[in-house]
Design a protein around this ligand. Structure first.
Ligand code: ARG
Ligand code: ZN
Length: 474
């Protein structure tokens, strides 16, 4: 069993049976009343983006197009000084709007260059610009903040995530909603944006983020600034600013995609394997899933025992273990399934994890080891009272998001589909799926629709049995 699995299973053992508080649907975004006596609260952006299972995550009333993150981090004091500049478009008239931010002190907020007032409540930062923002207009909000970031660890089965200080820097893996532990934003995958990073660290420390470096790092007064740019839309949970001592290797994959790998000195011996395997797998997935969606690939191994890996865009992060081919195949498959194609609601998480798990089986099959069919048959034999059959993977539970069923039964769903529609249609479906929704958003319904259209088959019963029933499919 692989490290990530072990971690997830181990964590799952501590799942508390906490029921989530009944969620009030936040008011729909994008609508605004036009009454002349409307109150200013009627034009407040909603505090949540509209995910019924995570009512406070993300925000309503605007769409972010770009984040500019300027960060100065000191590992010895664990203090972060940040300035986040967000470019957004208003989807309603806004007298105020929210950003997600957990802890940290806010010093100043400006909108369009003018000082704005702000209030904090829980993880919501409410910004009231000096003048109302009109629907359809674009605006810039700049937040200056600082403090010692505290990672999220409130829910037992998610473990610790977000900005996690390490001895020499930080391990930054924010799925599902931990980006608010280190920068203010619209922290939900339904709102993706491009990112620029300028990360300043003490000289000798390396700062790694998504995408590619824009120029050489510059050192002034004992501090080095690293600049990275992710030029393709990215969900906030996939953003990283992982820092510390790192050995790095860069070049390109055999097919010519820029490839960058990094390993903490403790995992120095993993560096070449990570680099080579990531290159080989990125090229293979480009054949199977369609063109690689981003400008570079690679990975990082940090000395922090997270118990999981995260598919950070262009740079998956492996938490304190030497990644084997199977987990690298998994995290790189996410670059298509999860990163280029993002979910709109967390309950559709099987569209990420089921596909990435199925990719592990496809990689094994490709290497002449166990076939996907053999994986499927083995799991299929689990007794009828096995937990995997009780948890319908098509509706990931907010208090048990990363349940093994979402991974394994999600992967099995794809194999059952492959058996029903045949290899030719199945593999062309995967490519059509990634092409049609490249850099966009997907739902389970849109996948079922496409599968039915391409196969000409009625597949409701198959998907219902595999994704939505609390029992082993017949
Ligand atoms: N998406 C990751 C993977 O499948 C798992 C992330 C788990 N996140 C967490 N907070 N435990 O590799
Ligand atoms: Zn995964």
């Amino acid at each position: 069993m692989r490290v990530r699995r072990r971690g997830l299973v181990m964590l799952a053992a501590f799942v508390s049976a906490l029921a989530c508080a009944p969620a009030d649907e936040p008011p729909p975004t994008g609508s605004s009343s036009r009454l002349s006596n409307e109150t200013s609260t009627a034009q407040a952006g909603a505090p949540g983006i509209g995910d019924p299972d995570f009512p406070q995550d993300g925000n309503g009333g605007y769409d972010v197009s770009h984040y500019d993150l300027v960060i100065d981090y000191t590992p010895t004091t664990k203090r972060l000084e940040g300035v986040t500049t967000i470019k957004a478009g208003a989807t309603q008239d806004l007298s105020s709007f929210n950003l997600d931010l957990a802890g940290l002190g806010v010093r100043q907020v400006t909108v369009g260059g003018s000082p704005a007032t702000f209030t904090r409540q829980g993880d919501e930062l409410t910004v009231r610009p000096a003048s109302k923002i009109r629907t359809g207009s674009t605006f810039t909000v700049r937040v200056a903040y600082s403090g010692v970031p505290k990672p999220a660890k409130d829910s037992a089965n998610l473990g610790t995530y977000g900005f996690i200080a390490t001895a020499d820097g930080a391990f930054v893996a924010s799925e599902p909603n931990g980006s608010k532990t280190w920068f203010p934003g619209n922290d939900h995958p339904a709102d993706k944006a491009t990112f620029d990073f300028a990360i300043t660290v003490p000289a000798g420390v390396v700062a790694l983020a998504n995408g590619e470096q824009t120029g050489q790092p510059t050192t002034v007064g004992g501090k080095t600034t690293y600049r990275w740019r992710e030029r393709h839309p990215m969900a906030t949970y996939l953003a990283t600013a992982t820092m510390g001592k790192f050995e790095t290797r860069s070049g390109s994959t055999p097919a010519g995609i820029p490839n960058f790998a990094a390993a903490d000195p403790k995992f120095k011996s993993s560096l070449d394997g990570l680099y080579t395997t990531s290159g080989e797998i990125t090229d293979y997935w480009s054949q199977v899933f369609g063109p690689y969606p981003f400008s570079s690939t690679g990975g990082m191994v940090d000395d922090y025992s997270a118990g999981y890996a995260l598919e950070n865009q262009t740079k998956p992060l492996y938490g304190g273990f030497d990644p084997d081919e199977s987990i690298i195949a998994h995290e790189l498959a996410h670059q298509w399934f999860g990163n280029s194609l993002s979910i709109k609601r967390w309950k559709d998480l099987w569209l990420n994890e089921g596909f990435a798990t199925y990719a592990e089986w496809l990689w094994s099959e490709h290497k002449g080891s166990k076939t996907a069919e053999a994986f499927f048959n083995e799991y299929r034999q689990r007794p009828a009272d096995d937990a995997i059959w009780k948890y319908p993977p098509g509706r990931a539970k907010p208090n048990d998001l990363f349940n093994q069923s979402v991974y394994t039964r999600g992967g099995m769903t794809l194999h059952a589909l492959r058996q029903a529609i045949g290899d030719a249609t199945f593999f062309s479906l995967l490519k059509t799926w990634t092409a049609q929704h490249r850099y966009g958003h997907v739902t389970t319904e849109s996948f079922v629709d496409l599968a039915e259209r391409l196969s000409g088959k009625q597949l409701d019963a198959l998907f219902d049995a595999w994704l939505f029933q609390p029992r082993r499919p017949a």
